[in-house]
Structure formats: structure tokens, C-alpha cells
Write a protein that binds this ligand. Sequence first.
Ligand code: ATP
Length: 232
Amino acid sequence: MLELCNVSTTYPELTLNFNVIAKPGEITALIGPSGAGKSTLLALIGGFAHIDAGDVLFNGSSIKHLSPAQRPITTLFQEHNLFWHLSVYQNIAIGLSPSLKLSVQQRDLIAQVAQQVGLTPLLKRMPNTLSGGQQQRVGLARSLARRRPILLLDEPFSALDPALRFELLTLLRRQTDDLQLTCLLVTHHPEEAARVADALVFIDQGQVIEQGTKELLTAPQSDALSAYLGQH
Ligand SMILES: Nc1ncnc2c1ncn2[C@@H]1O[C@H](COP(=O)(O)OP(=O)(O)OP(=O)(O)O)[C@@H](O)[C@H]1O
């Protein structure tokens, strides 16, 4: 279980403070208006933003003094996930071994993950010959192959058309179940949360306003969430 206990940081325009729990085997969707602090929340967990106070616990142990690479975490962004001079296979492999020297087990793992995300026929291709959806598949494959228990996703599929978006989210859903991943998914699409998430965190102005099951989407408790969802 991942716990943010009173994690706070202060920027000139906003003070952010978070208490959040995310469970293994669950996708926790983070929603909220632009500038609310969703990406910063992921950065605080991943070690890319400074924590002024509070703690981040994974299975009861603090991870806040670990470097990003030491944390049990992998992050997938909307862009900048791929190395353009490396093949699809190498782009997945680099998540396991920066030198691209792989053990037999690692090669087997890459073949398995490539199969699961539908990349087997494309492993020799270069990223600039792939569609946007295929490129995001490669980013997802690399994240999954790292076998880190926490997966942070910052709107990774937002630029894709709806059918492809939901195909990749369904893939994510299956992997979350199979590998018991703890997933945090930032999304601007409440319908994505409704389809694939288990839990929901609504953030506004640097604070968690509501946290619970995705049923909050149909029964918001606060005026702020109702207004965000356009239900006023
Ligand atoms: N490194 C930084 N230095 C100063 N201010 C920052 C920094 N990072 C984020 N902020 C500020 O913190 C606030 C929250 O930003 P953040 O990107 O986390 O919001 P968000 O909810 O992810 O927004 P969006 O949905 O538009 O991506 C914004 O006011 C932003 O300007």
C-alpha cells in the first residue's frame, strides 16, 4: 500500500498538501481542474519534486529519502517516453538494463510483455515509424517490464483517439490485476476513471477534496466536485 501522509510542498502560487492512500491491484484515478496539483502529486511520489513536510510510505516504510531510481516506482508520461535512436526492443530493454546487456530471463520477460501489449511484430522498428498509439504501447511495455510495484501515469493516453485510449486502459487494467500493481492515473477524462479505475481522488487547489470509490463520480459529496463534473 502507498500512503502519502500530510505530504506538503509550497510553490509561489500554491501550497499543496496531500493525504492519499492507494492500494495494490487498484487503479486510483486523480482528477481535478488544471493547476490543481495532480502532476505535482505524482512528482512528489516519484521523487521529482521536493517534499517540505510529511512522508511517503510504501508498505509501511518511508521512501522519501530514496532517489527516484531507488524508489519502487515507474512513471509513464504523455510524451518523451521513447529514445528515438533505439529500436522498439531496445526501448523496452533500457528500462531493465541501461547498458542494454540482458540476461536470458530479461529477454524472456521482454518477449512476454511485448506479446501482452501487442508489440511482437514491431520489435525491430524505430519509434519514428510508429503511430502515436504504438509509441505509447512501447512506453507502457517498458514501464511494465520494469516490474516495479507502483506505476504512475500522467495522462499517458490523452492524445489518442477514444477507441485506442480505452484499449490501452483495458490493457493497463488487466496488468494491474495480474501483477497487483498500485497504479495512480492522472486523467482529464472522468469517463476514463469511470471505466477502469477502482478508486478516485479529486484534487482542487493543492488539496484532496474527495477520496473514495469511483462511485463519487455519480454521487459527489462536495460542491467543488459537482462543479468540476459540470453537474450544477
Ligand atoms: N516546479 C514548480 N515551481 C513552481 N510552481 C510549480 C512547479 N510545479 C508546479 N507548480 C505550480 O503548482 C500548481 C500545480 O501544478 P500541476 O502541474 O501539479 O497541476 P495539474 O493539476 O497537474 O495541472 P494540469 O491538469 O493543467 O496538468 C500550478 O500552479 C503550477 O504552476
